[in-house]
Design a binder for this molecule. Structure first.
Ligand SMILES: Cc1cc2nc3c(=O)[nH]c(=O)nc-3n(C[C@H](O)[C@H](O)[C@H](O)COP(=O)(O)OP(=O)(O)OC[C@H]3O[C@@H](n4cnc5c(N)ncnc54)[C@H](O)[C@@H]3O)c2cc1C
Length: 513
């Protein structure tokens, strides 16, 4: 009770807090006498919080290290050529252009000073500090390789547009390489695709790969039959889609098998390299799988900012690095700081869009109430609206309360829900158009794959690592996210150009960069 009173008195101080006078640092925001709410991360949580503050008597500053709001659930459709990256990633500035109390800052938050209530922003080496009255941290999560970050080189995950385009380049590039490959064993390797992780993303990618190879690429090649591609889905749990009801899991498994996907559960990956991957399976056929394209959809690790915040506040993080928050989504001892969405650990809530949206709205509503003089701290209550996953064109599963839907009706439901959830009318229209082409004709309207997509990241990794060694970190800080996802050092920094650590025989030209 004592602690609560102390915390409430902080609110009193906060409500009247003015920003301190300029002290030499660069402020990237307009100055007013109103409280400033800083929102770090404009994913689902951050964006919904910002929008809910539209009519509040506050200044809202939204900071993100990308210039777009990403609709992650459709990333796999960018990777497999159904949608373009613009369809699912509208510019943050455009979304908030009519919200007069909101401004946008492009940059990565590299630190938070909880005592002086400032965040440190790095915009490609240009540092600034921004004062906050309230802070909402919504920096999400990235891929986890369970202590094997080096797997990321050969089995990239999918959390960003960069990831999806790189994967698109690898997928379509593998078919091209197979077409030119005279050796049958090597051709087989190019045409083997392994998806690690049998949750919704893994199932969706495997389903799309099957559809792409069996239908969309028909008659596109002269030396290979794309339909001969082998699609392998590996899961470490005893079943596919572990979070779904049993009847739907069985239906999904049957659908995948009908489409020719080889599904193996209870199987852990123990090693990944350019040529393939090893597993702990007792089946000799599975102990080593020769495969050019590997995709990782197996684990989630919270953004590193969470750990930094927790250390500063004396809070705990869970195994995935998510911050253990108070019931009202605030950081322990700092009621003006909210941690929401994938970065928050509360009541075992899953890392899904609805949790991010609802916790973002909860944080914004708490701030609005406080501005109006009501300091009560209401606990966050999550309303589960159900869960769904697509398996392929015309096939999906959905569990909404007691309702279980599968097949075509679930797929229609999935289409409607995702179309409604997309931000912006233009994006909905363009997605609808691309879906029309992809689902009616089984075509893939977005197949552009460039060398930059496939190799550009390696070049950036090499440059960032070299810059770090020579102390020029600032110049490349914008690529920190790439490096923090990958963690492992690039393999051939000495030559200044990356080795082809993706699928084998990806040729790098010296003039490619
Ligand atoms: C491939 C994929 C498919 C998914 N499918 C589904 C699905 O079908 N249904 C579902 O409910 N959920 C799905 N999810 C999960 C859902 O997308 C997440 O739960 C949700 O995006 C979390 O929202 P968030 O706001 O917490 O974080 P995010 O949406 O991840 O947003 C985080 C934002 O923070 C920014 N950021 C990160 N670090 C910094 C920093 N240091 N400084 C500044 N900005 C930073 C990022 O650029 C990003 O914009 C999927 C996720 C993925 C990756």
């Amino acid at each position: 009770m004592e602690a609560r009173n102390t915390e409430n008195s902080r609110y009193g101080k906060l409500a009247s807090a003015n920003p301190p006078p300029d002290s030499g640092f660069i402020t990237a925001t307009r100055r007013t006498s109103r409280e400033r709410v800083v929102i770090v991360g404009c994913g689902f949580g951050g964006l919904f919080a910002a929008k809910l503050l539209r009519h509040a008597d506050v200044d809202v500053t939204v900071i993100d290290r990308t210039n777009h709001h990403l609709f992650q659930p459709l990333l796999y459709q960018v990777a497999t050529g159904i949608l373009s990256e613009g369809d699912i990633a509208p510019p943050i500035r455009d979304i908030l252009r009519d919200q007069q109390n909101a401004s946008v800052v492009f940059g990565e938050i590299v630190d938070v000073d909880l005592e002086s209530r400032r965040v440190i922003v790095d915009t490609l080496g240009f540092r600034s500090e921004i004062q906050y009255g309230s802070l909402i941290v919504a920096t999400g999560a990235s891929q986890s390789y369970f202590g094997n970050p080096e797997f990321a080189h050969d089995a990239p995950g999918m959390k960003t547009i960069d990831d999806a385009l790189e994967l698109r380049g690898r997928i379509f590039g593998a078919f091209e390489m197979a077409e030119r490959e005279p050796d049958p064993a090597a051709r087989r390797r190019w045409l083997t695709f392994v998806v690690v992780g049998a949750g919704p993303t893994g199932v969706e990618v495997a389903g799309q790969l099957a559809e792409l190879s069996r239908h969309s690429l028909r008659r596109n090649f002269r030396n290979i039959d794309p339909a001969e591609a082998r699609i392998v889905l590996l899961g470490s749990a005893p079943t596919v889609l572990p979070g779904f009801p049993e009847s739907l899991r069985e239906r999904a498994l049957r659908d995948l098998q009908k489409m020719g996907v080889d599904v193996y559960v209870d199987t852990r990956v123990t090693r990944v390299d350019e040529r393939g991957l090893a597993t702990n399976s007792a089946d000799p056929q599975l102990q080593w799988i020769e495969a050019a394209v590997k995709f990782w959809a197996a684990g989630v690790q919270a953004s590193p900012l969470g750990r930094r915040l927790a250390e500063a506040a004396g809070a705990k993080v869970d195994r995935a690095g998510r911050v253990e928050v108070e019931p009202d989504c605030t950081l322990p001892h700092y009621p003006e700081v909210f941690v929401i969405g994938d970065l928050m650990s509360l009541d075992d809530l899953p890392g899904v869009a609805q949790v991010a949206i609802q916790s973002g709205c909860h944080a914004a509503r708490t701030i609005v109430r406080r501005i109006a003089g009501d300091n009560t701290r209401k606990p966050f209550r999550y309303r589960d609206r159900g869960t769904m996953a697509t398996i392929s064109r015309l096939r999906a599963i959905a569990a909404i309360g007691p309702l279980r839907v599968s097949g075509f009706p679930a797929w229609l439901l999935w289409l409607l829900v995702h179309l409604a959830a997309l931000t912006g009318f233009k994006n909905r229209l363009s997605v609808l158009f691309n879906w029309g082409i992809a689902f009616l004709s089984q075509g893939r309207p977005q197949r552009v794959a460039t060398a930059q997509q496939v190799f550009g990241r390696y070049a950036l990794e090499v440059q960032a690592a070299a810059a770090r060694r020579s102390g020029q970190i600032g110049l490349f800080v914008g690529w920190d996210s790439i490096e923090s996802n990958r963690k492992a050092e690039p393999r051939t920094p000495a030559e200044g150009l990356p080795k082809a650590s993706g699928p084998p025989v990806w040729k790098l030209r010296n003039d490619a960069f």
